[in-house]
Write a protein that binds this ligand. Structure first.
Ligand code: SF4
Length: 300
């Protein structure tokens, strides 16, 4: 079969589903390539992770077109035989790290989060050795709540003894960082940041305690970083200032509903202020808001 693949979200971060599909089809003897408009394919896969990514509108010449991913509100898993296939990293030749999940699912049901609906309760997914690439010592884990899993904690403990550099890029649940888990986390080699989540102001004391445990265990203060969900801007503003006072780098994420509803201009502007560190470190939100508002008014 001739297979075409489309990463609808663009190629900024590898699409794990497409890498598994590519590997599986190649194992079946099929040819796999990025879709191009000049070829007729037996089957084309379109994968979209984000609901806000515009759909792919180019005409597709294929006997069969299959769409999948959260961006299409498709919460199904890949077929088990595909899910069990090691990713084909050759389709993203410039990406140097392994990516994968130690666990799937979550123990919580935060109302703004799709994970409980999409993945259900937490369960083991793969050992770290099965995610690692032979040509890389770096692994980016996409787990949603790895600390809630004994299996996940066991993987973290075992990785602490290895020369492996890691990132948990979805943020760790600060409520599950105890003095014991902090010691396990401090033994890991981190690619850059230890990412926490701080989605509401009620989490501030919890994050502060978790950060203290991590520092006591030996994690450098400069590694501490936190996602800040931005729904109400005034509320998120309090949170980013409090995190900054704790020595934690905040990263603002404007809230989008499950239907891909767009954040407001104020939410977007606030996120730019937080995430562009030259702005965040040099001026207050009130001043940034006023100056950028004035520029927009005068068309500059
Ligand atoms: S803890 Fe995180 S992954 Fe779990 S439901 Fe809440 S936001 Fe989602």
């Amino acid at each position: 079969m001739k297979i075409g693949i489309v990463d609808v979200d663009s190629h900024n971060f590898p699409n794990l589903a497409l890498m598994r599909l590519s590997a599986w089809h190649k194992q079946q003897g099929d040819s796999v390539e990025w879709w191009n408009g000049f070829t007729h394919y037996d089957r084309v896969y379109l994968s979209k992770v984000f609901t806000f990514t515009p759909d792919f509108v180019m005409p597709i010449h294929a006997d069969e077109v299959i769409t999948g991913g959260t961006g299409y509100k498709d919460y199904h898993s890949l077929p088990p035989e595909v899910e069990a296939t090691a990713p084909d990293y050759s389709i993203y030749p410039s990406y140097p790290r392994a990516i994968g999940f130690l666990t799937r699912g979550c123990i919580r049901k935060c109302p703004w989060c799709i994970v409980p609906r999409k993945e259900g309760y937490i369960r083991p997914a793969a050992k770290w050795e099965d995610i690692r690439r032979p040509d890389s010592r770096e692994i980016v884990f996409l787990d949603n709540n790895v600390l809630a899993s004994d299996f996940g904690l066991e993987q973290i403990e075992r990785m602490g003894e290895q020369k492996i550099w890691v990132d948990f890029n979805q943020g760790l649940d600060a409520r599950l960082i105890t003095p014991q888990t902090a010691v396990l986390l401090a033994k890991l080699h981190w690619i850059r940041f230890v990412r926490l989540s701080c989605d509401s102001n009620a989490m501030l004391p919890v994050v502060e305690q978790a950060a203290a445990y991590l520092r006591e265990a030996g994690v450098a203060k400069s590694r501490l970083w936190a996602y800040v969900l931005v729904r109400d801007v005034a509320d998120a503003h309090q949170r980013v200032l409090a995190l900054r006072d704790m020595g934690i780098t905040p990263f603002a994420q404007p809230y989008r509903d499950f239907d891909g509803g767009e954040p407001s201009e104020e939410q977007r502007k606030f996120a730019r202020w937080v995430n562009i560190k030259a702005a965040f470190n040099s001026c207050r939100w009130e001043d940034y808001d006023e100056v950028t508002g004035r520029k927009m008014k005068h068309g500059r």
